[in-house]
Design a protein around this ligand. Sequence first.
Ligand code: MG
Length: 388
Amino acid sequence: MTAAMRDRLRGCLFGLAVGDALGAAVEFKAPGTFAPVTGFRAGGPHRLDPGEWTDDTSLAVALGDSIVSVGWDLNDQAKRYLDWYENGRYSVTGKCFDIGNQTRAALAQFKRTGDAYSSGSSAERSSGNGSIMRLAPVPVALAGLYPDQVKLLADFAEQSSVPTHPSAPCRSACRYFGVVLAALAAGEPREEVLSPTWPVLDDLGPLHPTVDAVARGSFRAKQPPAIRGGGYVVESLEAALWAFAGAQDFREAVLRAVNLGDDADTTGAVCGQLAGACWGESGIPADWRTGLARTDLLEAALGGTLRSGAMAAGALPSDPSARADRRQEGPSPTPVPAVSPPAGSYWVVTGRFLAGCFPGSLDPVEQERKYGAFADLGITTFINLTVV
Ligand SMILES: [Mg+2]
């Protein structure tokens, strides 16, 4: 992975949190009824401090933590969402202070059944923006699937919607949005990715007609008030794309999004993922990057190879063998995080069995760092063949 791609993948998650935090102060306000947002400010319905973020980022952090901890496991993802809802884990304040209706109902059902595959409502009217707002960790973890395995990448993105938002529009929106984010992070030009004739759209399989219309450029033909930062997934996606497509840089994109008002934090979070994947963490204004609350939680959700400082030992190898056993048609039921292994190592069995340099060091700090990088990949047992 190149340093530029790493910057864009980090930007995708940090952009989500920045957009969420910018919009939190004006959530639920009608457009034009508030002083335009220009930076972090205190207040909003949850009375947050400047730079603090809401459920959008908490759920993204929970999803990322699940993927880097156990691989791909929908029940584990739902368990962590429930842990946030009931215990405030992954929250910037230590409490769950806001939750969408669909997410609340689905988590209550999940608590009763323990089955994330059947916990959400698949009725088409249940099509809120709660699964696109948290999506970043999926393209972050599975960026290696782009461009060769777009359909598999889309399948994972779609499946991430299921525990809380299994309706057809929500699933289609995640399918499209996940691949767009991975393409931007891979360095594809924005104009190409957003083009109605982007060839990759044909690899996604049929999208729900409402999402397909957005993917084919509906956002280019409209302006507010026809563009609305509402809670409906199609409206939210369209608004975020409108804000992103018409902006010169990260700052302009997310400010266009949150100043639509209404579900401003979520429009900001969706747009922030796009803008961050396009312009990178380095494209986020420095005062927003440093003013963001609880970045330790975001770092933890990124996993070892993308964590701040993880590149210090040198560029990570581009390792096709890491994905050699992933050639399959649908999401795997077993944990298979497609993250690159640390330099000097390779997957023997993806996500489970790694071979390479033993992570020891005479320097205890360095040894801790090395072990941590492996632990982040789920490696918990080490066999030192150089000593045996
Ligand atoms: Mg929110």
